[in-house]
Design a protein around this ligand. Structure first.
Ligand code: 7PJ
Length: 282
């Protein structure tokens, strides 16, 4: 059965895995500033683990349209204290970044996984991963750049394009000597895609399963769920769980979510059905 090999942990993908999202973005209205945001992110790591998270994903750069990119130093100051705490918690830790300097600092700290929405395309990123080839990596598809990607997404065939991109990035990373069992792929829900594109990526997700690496997906609270349900970002838990379940049912092995405990419960039910629990009584 498939395993995602990372620096310290071999993550068994025979069962679906839940990656909990930890955002470290400073609240300029709070007196504590940087310190307060780091402390609350650390507390959030602990809360997600109590909820049953299998992996923690920690990021300091907002990819929302219009968000100002922090400097490298700012991003390091945001994420490093939280990563230092997270690596003591006994679960695999992922850093959500596109910057080679942040990847290197995180990997030097013992972080297990690099999660890059730019799929290691920034100059120097492949070299950092090659120098830390025992780490795991998630390669995500995005059309365009966060600031402008939602202005006019366009595809002839979104599945074919996402598939082609992920296959090419997988080949590029393999060519740098990173083993296939350290790599997972992500279609990048909401990253330069219309509502219809995102729905197609779920409907036809099976077309992404034989590229050569397990699939990770993130539907949690995304705009497509708002478009379908008419709900605001903080009212999308039910739709997020439904999307995570549908993605797992269609072959995704890891789901990246905000609402960890509820997703873990939903997937426990899916797993019980999958294991044929109950059939012994019939
Ligand atoms: C994703 C991510 C995703 C991966 C974000 C948000 C936006 N990394 N980072 N996949 N989304 N691998 O969570 O709404 O979908 S940030």
């Amino acid at each position: 059965m498939s395993v995602w090999q990372t620096t310290r942990f071999a993550i068994d993908l025979a069962r679906p895995r839940v990656m909990g999202i930890v955002n470290v973005t400073p609240d300029s209205f709070s007196d504590g500033g940087q310190h307060a945001s780091a402390a609350s992110a650390m507390a959030h790591c602990d809360a997600l683990l109590r909820g049953g998270a299998h992996i923690l994903d920690i990021g300091g750069e907002s990819t929302r349209p219009g968000a100002r990119a922090p400097s490298v130093d700012e991003e390091l100051q945001r994420v490093l204290p939280v990563l230092r705490h997270a690596v003591t918690l006994g679960v695999p830790v992922s850093v959500d970044t596109s910057r080679p300097q942040v990847m290197r600092a995180a990997l030097d700290l013992g972080v297990d996984i690099v999660n890059d929405v730019r799929a290691l395309q920034r100059e120097g990123a492949l070299e950092v991963m090659a120098a830390h080839s025992s780490a795991g990596v998630c390669l995500m598809h995005m059309q365009g750049e966060p600031g402008t990607m939602q202005s006019a997404p366009h595809y002839v065939d979104v599945l074919a394009e996402v598939r082609g991109f992920l296959a090419a990035r997988l080949a590029a990373v393999l060519a740098r000597g990173i083993a296939a069992n350290r790599i997972v792929l992500d279609p990048g829900i909401g990253f330069g895609k219309t509502v219809d594109d995102n729905l197609s990526l779920l409907r036809r997700q099976h077309e992404l399963l034989d590229i050569g690496a397990p699939l990770l997906v993130g539907w949690s609270r995304k705009a497509t769920l708002g478009a379908v349900t008419g709900r605001g970002v903080h009212e999308r838990q039910a739709a997020s769980i439904a999307a995570a379940m549908l993605a797992v049912q269609r072959g995704a092995r890891i789901v990246r979510v905000h609402d960890v405990a509820a997703t873990v419960d939903a997937l426990a039910l899916w797993q019980a059905i999958e294991n044929n629990r109950g059939t012994e009584q019939q």
